[in-house]
Write a protein that binds this ligand. Structure first.
Ligand SMILES: O=C(O)C1=C[C@@H](OP(=O)(O)O)[C@@H](O)[C@H](O)C1
Ligand SMILES: C=C(OP(=O)(O)O)C(=O)O
Length: 749
C-alpha cells in the first residue's frame, strides 16, 4: 500500500479521480472526502469515490498520522484557507500535497499559513485536467500515462516526497520534478494562455448579434479550438490571478503576434502569413508525432536526443525481389535544394524532395532562420528565397539530428552570416569530426568553436570578414568541398578547392543552375564572391544510394528482376554500378536523360552470379555510401573481395567497416576489417550465405538496410536492432522492400 488513509479536500474531477484511481489500484487503505457542500459529500459516497465524507478537515484530523496523505484539490485561491485549517489541526507527520495548477501562489499560501514552509508539504500538479468538472466526472483512469509535476523545495521532507511520488506512480502516472518558477512559466504558456484565448474567443463570438448563426455553423475548427472554454470558471479565474506575471508574459507575446498577423492581413503580406502558417504547421505536426511517441529525434538536454524509439527489424530468410520501384528523392540534392533555394532571389519550386529526417532537418534549420518554406507535400516544396544576405538569426541552436551533410554544409554558409549560430546533432552526429570543415573555414577568417576533439556542437561567430582561399582537401569529401565553396560566396576573392579524387558534384551543378558560376579545372573547382542566386525549378531524381539496396538485393537473390526508375546516375555517384558490374552483375540502363542538370536513368538489374574483386580505389568516393550494401554483395560472391582506401567509412553515422565486419562475422561470413577497408571471403553459390542471428545497426540507417537485404540469402531469421534511423534517408524502405518480396516485420518498443 502506497498510503494508509487518503483525505481528499475538494472532491471534484481531480480529487475524485485520484480517489477512484487509488481505490482501483488497491493502493490505499481508506479514502475520506472533505467537501464544502453536503450534497457533494453524499454524491461522492453514493458513487463509491470515497468511503466517507465530511464538511471540514477538522472532523477527521484527529485520526490522521504518519502514512496518511491529505490531497488538496480546491480552486487555487482557496488553497490558503485550507492550509490554515491544516496548520491548526493536522499532525506534522501527515503528508500534505495538492493539485493546483499554479505553484508559486500555493508556496506563498503555505508561508502565510505556517510562517515557513512545513516539511510535510509536497507541491504537485497533475497535468490531466479536462473541460469536465465535478465529482460525477471522476475517472479512475484519468492519470494513467499522464504527467505529474512535483515542485519540491529545500524544506520538503524526503519521506513525504517519496510517499507522494509513490502515490502517483501507483496510479500509473509519470512523475517529473521541476522548480516552482519554471513550472509556472511553462504552464502559463502551454495551458493558461490557451484557456484565456479559448474563453475570450467564445465570449467574443457569443456577443455577436448573429451568434445563433455563428454557433450553428461553427463545427470542426471552432469546436476543436474552444473545447476548453467549457472548463470550470472559478478554477480558471483563480489560475489567471494566481499566475498573473507568467500569464501576462505569455499573453503579451501572443498579443504582439496577433497584432502582427492583423497588419499582415490588412496589408496583404502573404509572405508573413505563409511564414507563420508553414512554421506553425511544421511545429504542430512534429508535436503530434512526439505525443504519439513516434518522434525519433527531439532535442532534450545538451543537444542530445531523446531515447530513440527502439525499432527492430525481423527479416525472414530467402525469397527474391521483383518489380518496378521508385525510391525516394536524392538526399544530397534535397539538402542543397533547400540551401540554395533559401539563399536565392525569388521562389524556388522543388519536386521529388526527400521527406526523410536528414533533409527535413536542413529544411527546419532554414525555417528557423526566417525562410518561408511551403511543404513538403508529396515531394513538393516551395521556397521563398531571401537572397544571399537575407537570413535571420535563429531563436536557438540549429539542431540537425543525424545529418552530417546538414552540419558541414551549413557551417560554410553560416560562417558568412552577420549573426552567431550553433549547430547541434544527435548522439551519432555528436561523435563525427567537424574540424575537417572548421579548419578551412578558420583559414578563411571564420571564428568557429567545436566541442571536444573537434566534435559537435559547432559554434560560429557571425560578422567575420571572410577571405577567399585556395584549399587542397586532405580527404575526398564532397561535404568539405561544398562547405568551402558555399563559404566562398561570402569571402572576398576567388575561392578554389582541389580534391584528391572526384567526389559528388551536386553543389557545383546546382550553383550553376541557380546562375552562380562555378568553374571546373581538372580536380579544382572555383567560384568568385559577389554573385547572386536566381530562384530555379528543381526536379530531384531518385537516390542512387537508396536504389543500391534493391540493386544488391536483385544481384544476390536468384530469380530476381528489378527496375529502379528515374535514378540519378551522376558520374560522381555511379561507383555502385561500376563495382557491381565488375563483380559480374547484370545491369542495364534504360531511358537515359537529363533532368534539371542531373543525368537520370531507369536501372534494371537481374540476378547473376557474382565474383569477388579488388575494388578499384578510384571508385571508392563514387560509391562511398554504398559499401555496407556492397559488403553484402561481396559475401554472396565467389571468392575474395578486397576494399582499400576507404578509411572515410570509419567516420560515417557509425564506423561502417567495423560495424559491418561485426555483423557479417556474427552471421557466419569471414570478414576481416583493415585500417582502410575490409577483406571478405564470399561464399558464392552456397544456398545459405548468412546464418540467422541478431545484429546491431548502431543506429546507422545504411547498416540496418544492408542486413535486411542480406536475409534474402539467409538460412534463418535475421534480427536487426536500432533501425529507427532508416527514416533519415529512406522513410519508405519497409513498404518498398515488402512490396518487392522481402518478408520483414517491424517491431517497436
Ligand atoms: O555531400 C554530400 O551530400 C554527401 C557526401 C558524402 O560525405 P563525405 O563528404 O563526408 O564523403 C556522403 O557520405 C554523404 O552521405 C552525403
Ligand atoms: C554519410 C551519410 O550521411 P551524412 O554524412 O549526411 O550523415 C549517409 O547518408 O550515408
Amino acid at each position: 500500500m502506497a498510503i494508509n488513509k487518503l483525505v481528499i479536500v475538494g472532491i471534484g474531477l481531480i480529487g475524485g479521480s485520484l480517489a477512484a484511481a487509488l481505490k482501483k489500484a488497491g493502493a490505499c487503505r481508506e479514502v475520506i472526502g472533505v467537501a464544502r457542500r453536503q450534497v457533494t459529500c453524499d454524491d461522492a459516497v453514493k458513487l463509491g469515490v470515497v468511503d466517507r465524507a465530511y464538511l471540514s478537515i477538522g472532523e477527521v484530523a484527529a485520526e490522521l498520522g504518519e502514512g496518511d496523505v491529505v490531497f488538496i484539490s480546491v480552486p487555487t485561491l482557496t488553497v490558503e484557507a485550507i492550509l490554515k485549517q491544516c496548520q491548526q489541526c493536522l499532525d506534522s507527520a501527515v503528508t500534505i500535497t495538492d493539485g493546483a495548477s499554479v505553484k508559486g501562489s500555493v508556496l506563498t499560501a503555505a508561508k502565510n499559513a505556517y510562517g515557513e514552509l512545513p516539511s510535510q508539504l509536497v507541491l504537485g500538479h497533475p497535468i490531466a485536467g479536462s473541460e469536465k468538472s465535478g465529482v460525477t466526472a471522476a475517472n479512475p483512469d484519468l492519470y494513467r500515462d499522464h504527467r505529474i509535476i512535483i515542485t519540491p523545495t529545500e524544506e520538503t521532507g524526503r519521506d513525504h516526497l517519496q510517499r507522494v511520488t509513490q502515490m502517483w506512480e501507483s496510479v500509473d502516472a509519470e512523475v517529473l520534478v521541476m522548480p516552482v518558477a519554471e513550472h509556472d512559466d511553462v504552464l502559463a504558456a502551454t495551458s493558461h494562455l490557451p484557456h484565456a484565448i479559448a474563453y475570450s474567443l467564445v465570449d467574443t463570438l457569443a456577443h455577436d448579434a448573429e451568434n445563433e448563426n455563428i454557433f450553428r455553423y461553427a463545427a470542426g475548427g471552432f469546436r476543436d479550438f474552444t473545447r476548453i472554454a467549457s472548463s470550470d470558471p472559478t478554477m480558471w479565474h483563480d489560475i489567471m490571478l494566481a499566475n498573473r506575471d507568467s500569464v501576462l508574459k505569455s499573453l503579451d507575446l501572443f498579443t504582439d503576434n496577433l497584432t502582427r498577423m492583423r497588419s499582415a492581413i490588412e496589408s496583404g503580406d502573404s509572405e508573413y502569413l505563409l511564414g507563420v502558417f508553414t512554421r506553425a504547421k511544421a511545429a504542430r505536426d512534429h508535436f503530434t508525432k512526439m505525443l504519439a511517441k513516434q518522434a525519433y529525434t527531439a532535442p532534450v538536454q545538451d543537444g542530445k536526443t531523446m531515447q530513440e524509439n527502439e525499432i527492430t527489424y525481423r527479416v525472414s530468410p530467402g525469397g527474391q525481389v521483383n518489380g518496378q520501384i521508385r525510391v525516394p528523392g536524392d538526399k544530397s540534392i534535397s539538402h542543397r535544394s533547400i540551401m540554395l533555394g533559401s539563399l536565392a532571389e525569388g521562389v524556388t519550386e522543388v519536386e521529388g524532395f526527400l521527406e526523410g529526417e536528414d533533409a527535413l532537418a536542413t529544411l527546419q534549420a532554414f525555417r528557423d532562420m526566417g525562410v518561408v518554406i511551403e511543404g513538403p507535400d508529396q515531394g513538393q516544396v516551395r521556397i521563398h528565397g531571401v537572397g544571399l544576405n537575407g537570413l535571420q538569426a535563429p531563436p536557438g541552436p540549429l539542431y540537425v539530428g543525424n545529418s552530417g551533410t546538414s552540419m558541414r554544409l551549413l557551417a560554410g554558409l553560416l560562417a558568412g552570416q552577420s549573426f552567431d549560430t550553433e549547430l547541434t546533432g544527435d548522439e551519432s552526429l555528436s561523435k563525427r569530426p567537424m574540424n575537417r570543415v572548421a579548419n578551412p573555414l578558420r583559414e578563411m577568417g571564420a571564428e568557429i568553436e567545436t566541442g571536444e576533439n573537434g566534435r559537435p556542437p559547432v559554434k560560429i561567430k557571425g560578422g567575420q570578414a571572410l577571405k577567399a582561399i585556395d584549399y587542397d582537401m586532405p580527404m575526398a569529401s564532397a561535404q568539405v568541398k561544398s562547405c568551402v565553396l558555399l563559404a566562398g560566396m561570402y569571402a572576398d576573392g576567388v575561392t578554389k578547392v582541389t580534391e584528391p579524387a572526384p567526389t559528388r558534384d551536386h553543389t557545383e551543378r546546382m550553383l550553376n543552375g541557380f546562375g552562380y558560376e562555378v568553374k571546373r579545372e581538372g580536380a579544382m573547382a572555383e567560384l568568385t564572391s559577389g554573385g547572386s542566386l536566381k530562384a530555379s525549378k528543381i526536379e530531384v531524381p531518385a537516390d542512387i544510394s537508396s536504389a543500391t539496396f534493391f540493386m544488391v538485393a536483385a544481384a544476390i537473390a536468384p530469380g530476381s528482376d528489378v527496375t529502379l526508375t528515374h535514378v540519378g546516375i551522376n558520374p560522381t555517384r555511379d561507383g555502385v554500378i561500376n563495382i557491381l558490374r565488375a563483380m559480374g552483375a547484370d545491369i542495364t540502363l534504360d531511358n537515359q536523360r537529363e533532368v534539371g542538370g542531373e543525368p537520370v536513368a531507369d536501372i534494371r538489374i537481374r540476378y547473376a552470379s557474382l565474383k569477388g574483386i579488388e575494388i578499384p580505389e578510384d571508385q571508392v568516393p563514387l560509391a562511398i555510401d554504398e559499401f555496407p550494401a556492397l559488403f553484402v554483395a561481396a559475401s554472396c560472391a565467389e571468392g575474395e573481395t578486397v576494399l582499400t582506401g576507404a578509411e572515410e567509412l570509419r567516420v560515417k553515422e557509425s564506423d561502417r567497416i567495423q560495424v559491418m565486419a561485426d555483423g557479417l562475422q556474427k552471421l557466419g561470413v569471414k570478414a576481416e576489417p583493415t585500417p582502410d577497408g575490409i577483406v571478405i571471403q564470399g561464399k558464392g553459390s552456397e544456398a545459405g550465405v548468412f546464418g540467422g542471428g541478431e545484429v546491431e545497426s548502431h543506429g546507422d540507417h545504411r547498416i540496418a538496410m544492408s542486413f535486411t537485404i542480406a536475409a534474402l540469402r539467409g538460412t534463418a531469421e535475421i534480427k536487426i536492432n536500432n533501425c529507427a534511423n532508416v527514416a533519415t534517408s529512406f522513410p519508405t524502405f519497409v513498404d518498398l522492400a515488402t512490396g518487392a518480396g522481402i518478408t520483414l516485420k517491424v517491431e517497436s518498443a
